[in-house]
Ligand binder design. Structure first.
Ligand SMILES: NC(=O)c1ccc[n+]([C@@H]2O[C@H](COP(=O)([O-])OP(=O)(O)OC[C@H]3O[C@@H](n4cnc5c(N)ncnc54)[C@H](OP(=O)(O)O)[C@@H]3O)[C@@H](O)[C@H]2O)c1
Length: 275
């Protein structure tokens, strides 16, 4: 029987997950389909219970449901610490299991780009959902993290939950911190379509040996990444890889199959190019 997977969100029509996972199912010849379901916060519990009753094989959850979804699953420990999940696995038959593959995806990107993360000095801008998922995993890997956020209290709150992190605002201190960092991760919505000319960091604030990773994937080359090029930065990564790797991690959890990464990435970049 055809297996059904899907994503719950509100809104969810523009999610790239259906195109990415359906391309993977097709590539592997699997009898499966991945659909988008618009679900409000109030309907989330019913939706997860209903999905289990209907035999849906696996779900992603996205904005604004990632935190609330935690209430209806048995989440793995790091996801509980992050306070959000993006993946639900029904395979156990009992309480669904929740994971946060955003963190897993970002660490895979960083490891591929940088290698060992232990002892690396990382400056991350943002203290929202993406930043939380990334920083908890960076902490597990032994990186030294500075969190810079417009609302400094939010950065301080996040830093207090990590073992080796501190917090700053987006003021003059930011420039100083970037100059002494190994890795800069941008995890705010600044520079996202349709505000493509916006950036919180300009070329004069960067150095060529910095690794610059923007989690924003639409546009694929953000203003921040253009500025990084202008500063002569050698290692630049956009948000597409993280999107694909978080999807691949969910795919592997659900299916136990090796995800066809190149096919998934092409499906996402093709969809973004048509946007
Ligand atoms: N590549 C991927 O796989 C992936 C995965 C998840 C998310 N993302 C992307 O990551 C970005 C953030 O998502 P999220 O879920 O973390 O959002 P979120 O939870 O709403 O957090 C938004 C963050 O952006 C900051 N911010 C918003 N507007 C700002 C402005 N004008 N100036 C300075 N800071 C501003 C907020 O600061 P305050 O705390 O001060 O409000 C907060 O830190 C989005 O572009 C999303 O598409 C990518």
């Amino acid at each position: 029987m055809k297996k059904i997977y899907g994503i719950l969100g509100d809104p969810v029509a523009h999610s790239l997950s259906p195109v990415m996972h359906n391309a993977a199912f097709e590539e592997l010849g699997m009898d499966a389909v991945y659909l988008a379901f618009r679900v409000s916060q109030n309907e989330l519990e019913d939706a997860i219970k209903g999905a289990k009753s209907l035999g849906i094989a696996g779900l992603n959850v996205t904005i604004p449901l990632k935190e609330k979804a935690l209430l209806f699953v048995d989440a793995e420990e790091v996801a509980r610490r992050i306070g959000a999940i993006n993946t639900v696995d029904f395979r156990t038959g009992g309480t669904p299991v929740g994971y946060n593959t955003d963190g897993i995806g970002s660490i895979r990107v960083l490891k591929e780009t940088v290698g060992e993360l232990k002892g690396k000095k990382v400056l991350i801008i943002g203290a929202g959902g993406a930043a939380k998922a990334i920083t908890f995993y960076l902490d597990l890997k032994g990186a030294k993290v500075t969190i810079a956020n417009r609302t400094k209290e939010r950065a301080a709150q996040l830093a207090s939950k990590l073992s080796n992190a501190d917090a700053i605002g987006l003021d003059t201190e930011l420039k100083q911190q970037i100059k002494t960092s190994d890795i800069l991760i941008h995890a705010t919505s600044v520079g996202m379509h349709p505000h493509e000319d916006a950036t919180l960091v300009t070329a004069d604030m960067m150095h060529p040996d910095l690794v610059v990773f923007d989690v924003v994937y639409n546009p694929m080359e953000t203003k921040l990444l253009k500025e990084a090029k202008r500063a002569g930065v050698k290692k630049i990564v956009n948000g597409v890889k993280m999107l694909v790797y978080q999807g691949a991690a969910s795919f592997e959890l659900w299916t136990k199959e090796e995800p066809p990464i190149a096919v998934m990435e092409k499906a996402v970049t093709d969809a973004l190019a048509c946007d």
